[in-house]
Design a protein around this ligand. Structure first.
Ligand code: PAF
Length: 287
C-alpha cells in the first residue's frame, strides 16, 4: 500500500527508519503531471532498490518571473494512481510553506555548468533546481536518485553538486522516452495545440540531422548548427531559443568535432511552449 506523506517531518521519519534497518531507497523527484518518461524512471528505481519514493513538488525557486509557475499542469489523482501502479512506497507531496519556511535564505549555486544553454536563457533556474534537489535529498535520504537525460544540463548540474558536496547518493541517468514520432516526453507537451504538436517533431528531426552529419565525419560545428537550424526553421510556429554543439561534460562550445563526439542540444519555442531536447553524438565522452 502506497503512503502519501505531506510534511517534511513525516518523510524524514519514514526514510530514517528504513535506512537504519539497512534498506536502500530509490528516489524519483518530479513536478508531477506524470508521463511515460517519469514512469520509466520509477520502474528502474523500483527494480534496483528495496523502497521507492517519488516526490511531486512544483518548485517555485526554479521558475523565472515570466514563466509558467502558475499554469504548470497538475493532475494529482492521476499521478497518485500512476505512482501506485509503478510500486511507489511513499509519495512525498510537500506544501510550499513547509519546503520554504519564513526567512528561507540558503541557495546552492553550481557555477560553471549552470552558466550556458538553459542557464543563460533562464537566469536562476539551476540555482532553484540545485537548492530544491539538495533539500529533497536531505529529506528523503535516498541511496540512489534517478534523472532523465532529456534534461541533460540539469543532470550535469546535479551530478556536479553531488560530487562537489560529497552527497551520499548515487545519481542514475535514464534514457529519454519519446513518442512514436520522436518527440521527447515532457509535461509541457500538454500545452501544444494539434498543429503545434505536429511541428514539435522538428526538435528530434534536427538532432537526427546532426547524428547523420556526425556519422559522415563532419568536423565543423557551424555546419551542424546550420543544418539543425534549417530543419527547425521549416516550421512556421518554431522559434529557436538556442541550438548548440558542446562538450558533453563541460557544456562549453566545441571548436571542432572529432571522433570523441559532442552534445547537440537545443531549446525551441513552439508557439508559446518552450521545449528542450538533446543527443549525445558518438560515445567517446560517456563516463
Ligand atoms: O526535472 C524536474 O522535474 C525538476 O527540475 C526537479 C528535478 C523535480 C526539481 O524540481
Amino acid at each position: 500500500m502506497m503512503e502519501v506523506l505531506n510534511t517534511v517531518q513525516q518523510m524524514k521519519l519514514w526514510s530514517r527508519n528504513r535506512r537504519q534497518a539497512g534498506k536502500t531507497i530509490g528516489f524519483v523527484p518530479t513536478m508531477g503531471y506524470l508521463h511515460e518518461g517519469h514512469l520509466s524512471l520509477m520502474r528502474q528505481a523500483r527494480e534496483q532498490n528495496d523502497f521507492l519514493v517519488t516526490s511531486i513538488f512544483v518548485n517555485p525557486t526554479q521558475f523565472g518571473r515570466n514563466e509558467d509557475l502558475d499554469s504548470y499542469p497538475k493532475a494529482p489523482e492521476a499521478d497518485s494512481r500512476k505512482c501506485e501502479e509503478c510500486g511507489v512506497d511513499a509519495l512525498f507531496m510537500p506544501r510550499n510553506e513547509d519546503m520554504y519556511r519564513p526567512n528561507f535564505q540558503t541557495y546552492v549555486e553550481v557555477e560553471k555548468v549552470s552558466g550556458p544553454l538553459c542557464g543563460a536563457s533562464r537566469p536562476g533556474h539551476f540555482r532553484g533546481v540545485a537548492t530544491v534537489v539538495l533539500k529533497l535529498f536531505n529529506i528523503v535520504q535516498a541511496s540512489s536518485a534517478y534523472f532523465g537525460e532529456k534534461d541533460y544540463q540539469q543532470l550535469q548540474v546535479i551530478k556536479t553538486m553531488a560530487r562537489d558536496l560529497d552527497l551520499p547518493v548515487s545519481i542514475v541517468p535514464c534514457s529519454t522516452v519519446r513518442d512514436s514520432d520522436g518527440l521527447a516526453m515532457s509535461s509541457r507537451n500538454s500545452y501544444l495545440s494539434s498543429e503545434e504538436r505536429k511541428q514539435a517533431v522538428c526538435l528530434h528531426q534536427a538532432l537526427e540531422t546532426a547524428e547523420e552529419l556526425f556519422r559522415s565525419g563532419e568536423a565543423e560545428p557551424d555546419n551542424y548548427l546550420k543544418a539543425m537550424s534549417d530543419r527547425i526553421g521549416k516550421e512556421p510556429l518554431a522559434e529557436i531559443d538556442y541550438v548548440e554543439l558542446v562538450h558533453p561534460q563541460t557544456l562549453q562550445r566545441l571548436a571542432n568535432v572529432d571522433a570523441l563526439g559532442a552534445l547537440a542540444v537545443m531549446a525551441v519555442r513552439i508557439g508559446k511552449t518552450r521545449l528542450i531536447d538533446n543527443k549525445v553524438l558518438g560515445s567517446g565522452f560517456i563516463d
